[in-house]
Structure formats: C-alpha cells, structure tokens
Design a protein around this ligand. Structure first.
Ligand SMILES: NC(=O)c1ccc[n+]([C@@H]2O[C@H](COP(=O)([O-])OP(=O)(O)OC[C@H]3O[C@@H](n4cnc5c(N)ncnc54)[C@H](OP(=O)(O)O)[C@@H]3O)[C@@H](O)[C@H]2O)c1
Length: 282
C-alpha cells in the first residue's frame, strides 16, 4: 500500500483508506463488516473515516470495538462534527462524545462535516482548541467549495487546515477544475468520498470499455483503476467503503497501482471533466 504525505501535515497516509458510512450496525452483517475493516487495516488501509452522523454514533462505536486491540499509533482515524453541533462549545462536546465511542483519546483528523449555520470562525477556533488539548492531531472541513475552504483556512492559525473531504469520482470531476489545484498550492489534502459514484461500469459501454482496457493492461480490476485514477494527484486520497471481505481486498489492491499518462488520457477522454460548477454533494 502506497503512502504519501498528507499535504502540509507531512504525515504519511495510505492513498486508499476505508469509509464507514452505512456500515451494518447489528447482527451477522455487522460482524462481517468488522472483519472486513480489520482485514483492510492488515492490508495497509489504516485511514479510517467515520462521523458522529453515521448510524447516530453507532458506526463510531463499531470502529472503536474493531480497533480496540490494535496499536493505535498505526491508525489514522478521522471523524466529523455535524454542522448542527458546530458552535464553539458544541464542537468540543461532539468531539469528546466521538472519542468516547471510538475508545481513543485523540483522532488524527477532525472535520466539520459540511458548511454550517454557525459562524465558521467559531467552529474553526473550536477545532484549534481540540488540537491544543491533544484531542485532534489535524483538522479540516468537508463539502467545502474552493472559496469556503480558503475562508476556513484563514481562521486557523495554530495549525494548518489539513483537509477538505469532497465528493469526487469519474462522473463527478468538478473538483479537478479549481479545488484540487488550489488545495495543492495551499498544502491541503483532498479526500475523495464515494469514489465509485454509486454506478456500475458496464464493459460494453464506451466509458466502461476505457476502464476495462486500462484494467486489463495492468492485470487490475476496473474499481482498482478508478481508485488509482482518483488518487493520481499528489494531494488526493480516497476512502472507499466496503463491508465485504472480497471488496476490501480488491480495493486494497489499488494501493500500488500507478497509471501512466496514456492510461490517464484514455480515462480522461471517456469521462470528460465537464465545465466548472458548484461543488456537488450527496
Ligand atoms: N463527507 C461526506 O459528506 C461523505 C459523504 C459520503 C461518504 N463519505 C465517506 O466516504 C466513504 C465512501 O463513500 P460511500 O460509502 O458513499 O461510497 P463508495 O465507497 O463509493 O461505495 C460503497 C459501495 O460500494 C461497494 N463496494 C466497495 N468496494 C467494492 C468493490 N471492490 N467491488 C464492488 N463493490 C464495492 C460497497 O459494498 P459493500 O459495503 O457491500 O462491500 C458499497 O455498497 C463513506 O463510507 C464515508 O466514510 C463522506
């Protein structure tokens, strides 16, 4: 599994991590999801993404139970505050609840889940306080467009804004216009969520055919090619979610796949970037 610097933080993070949204929260499917998460960690996908929103805290608890016996320092744990909680005090209280559920005394990355009605400056001050208190190593935002991201960055002084986690997949390449280059220039990591875009990639369709051709050339799968394509820029990472063992193993296999310029051009032609527009969110 390739790792690269998480932009300005300098910390090395695997290019492919693991999402947890919609993870099964009970019964045999939950047990399977925990096994899958552990397997992913074994394979180097040690960046685990969660949020207080997921299963109203139950997914953070699932993550906490899964990692309880592991060496905490090997993991890069991310979670997020809900915008409705994102006052100064509310953010700190939400982070403390998340830490209890995750069974840890710090997260590696704490994010504002999407822009909130509360003053952004207050939320960012709370994020800085969490860093000062040792409860978060790095902080960032999610679902922020370029201007919003720069505004958030202007409010943090003690620590750099480390990350903006956004929707980015082959059918939604909007972030490539301004967001990814601006973030790169400012030392901000972009984490691509929903990398598979909830689509199927039929081999016989023109676009699926392009992915299939690149996949065959590398002895890889179409999904591995997608993950490698999305993480080709130096500051971009991704976090596919997979509750099934076979899926986790396939996704981890993308961690060492590097596409060449010809591969990128082929995919680029099949999935046009489109025009710049507002940042898409789920
Ligand atoms: N910040 C935000 O607002 C935001 C929004 C959405 C998502 N996220 C984060 O990003 C993560 C990923 O996004 P996502 O969960 O929306 O979508 P995704 O990772 O693009 O897709 C997840 C779906 O793809 C399936 N899958 C995964 N690997 C596969 C493989 N190798 N072959 C076939 N199917 C595969 C999974 O099935 P199984 O589970 O059955 O294996 C699941 O149904 C989330 O879990 C969450 O942590 C953040």
């Amino acid at each position: 599994m390739r790792r690269k610097a998480f932009a300005r933080t300098g910390v090395e993070v695997p290019v492919i991590g693991q999402g947890t949204w919609d993870a099964p929260e009970s019964g045999p499917r939950m047990a399977q999801a925990k096994r899958a998460l552990l397997r992913g960690i074994e394979l180097g996908m040690t960046h685990i993404d969660s949020a207080e929103m997921y299963g109203a805290g139950r997914v953070e608890a699932l993550v906490g139970e899964t990692i309880a016996a592991l060496d905490r320092t090997r993991l890069f744990l991310t979670t997020k505050v809900l915008p409705s909680n994102a006052t100064y005090k509310g953010t700190i209280a939400a982070a403390e609840r998340s830490l209890r559920r995750l069974g840890t005394d710090y997260v590696d990355l704490y994010l504002l889940h999407w822009p909130s009605e509360h003053p952004l400056e207050d939320t960012m001050r709370a994020l800085e306080t969490l860093v000062e208190q040792g409860k978060a190593r790095f902080v960032g935002v999610s679902n922020f467009d370029t201007a919003e991201m720069l505004e958030a960055a202007s409010y943090v002084r003690a620590v750099p804004l480390a990350c903006n986690q956004v929707l980015y997949h082959v059918h939604e390449r909007g972030p490539e216009h301004a967001l990814i280059p601006t973030a790169r220039d400012r030392g901000i990591a972009i984490v691509a969520y929903t990398p598979f875009g909830r689509r199927r990639f039929a081999r016989d369709a023109e676009e699926g055919g392009a992915l299939d051709t690149v996949a065959r050339k590398h002895g890889a799968t179409v999904r591995q090619v997608i993950l490698a394509f999305l993480t080709r820029a130096e500051n971009v990472f991704t976090i596919p979610k997979a509750a099934q063992l076979a899926h986790v193993e396939e996704n981890a296999g993308a961690g060492d796949l590097v596409l060449d310029a010809g591969d990128v051009a082929r995919i680029d032609a099949a999935f046009p970037r489109g025009k710049p527009g507002p940042l898409a969110t789920l």
